[in-house]
Design a protein around this ligand. Sequence first.
Ligand code: FE2
Length: 217
Amino acid sequence: MKCGITAAETRKSGKEGEGRKGATNTNMGKVVSGVATSEDVSAWYMDEEHSVDQRQPHKTDPVQSVDAATLEALGVVHWKLSGNEDDAELEQIRKDRGYSYKDVITVSPDTLPAYEQKIKMFYEEHLHSDEEIRYLLEGSGYFDVRDKQDRWIRIACPKGTMIILPEGIYHRFTLDHTNYAKAMRLFIGEPVWTPLNRPQESHESRVKYLTTFGAAA
Ligand SMILES: [Fe+2]
């Protein structure tokens, strides 16, 4: 089973570098240049309207916005790029962070059999033993992450969004009302997409995350 934005349609577009399988990203929690400012980030605390479709914004009334600093404190790194595959800043990020693997996937009712079931699966709360790195080329979606009080923060990811979720953070993904997302997936070495559904409190990646970011979830 694969996670998040998953390979309904996968096109490998290059794998550079070798021998990094299982490598640990030493940039965990490090704020790098080019991180979005608060004006660039569109994120908010979610409502608890579970009866409403996951693809709706789920904003509270009034809206409780979340700024970039709050996301950075959770280890979430976020850029606004062009949305082009050959974006120069993207290439610099790949170089800086050692993202040797990339592919491009498309998630939509046309490309994903049993679409409605699959997007519910993506929406199950989980973590990974590596970063989750996505670059939105077309369409849009939402990543939801848990904050230090275990509240859900929803992060809007339109075209051009480059987002990195740290190893061990609880999160989930959903398409939005457009039901279309084309995204680049990046990884260090051979990719591992396995989701580890909550609870994973004793998993070493969760322990590492809590140690690094001090989350009180
Ligand atoms: Fe994930």
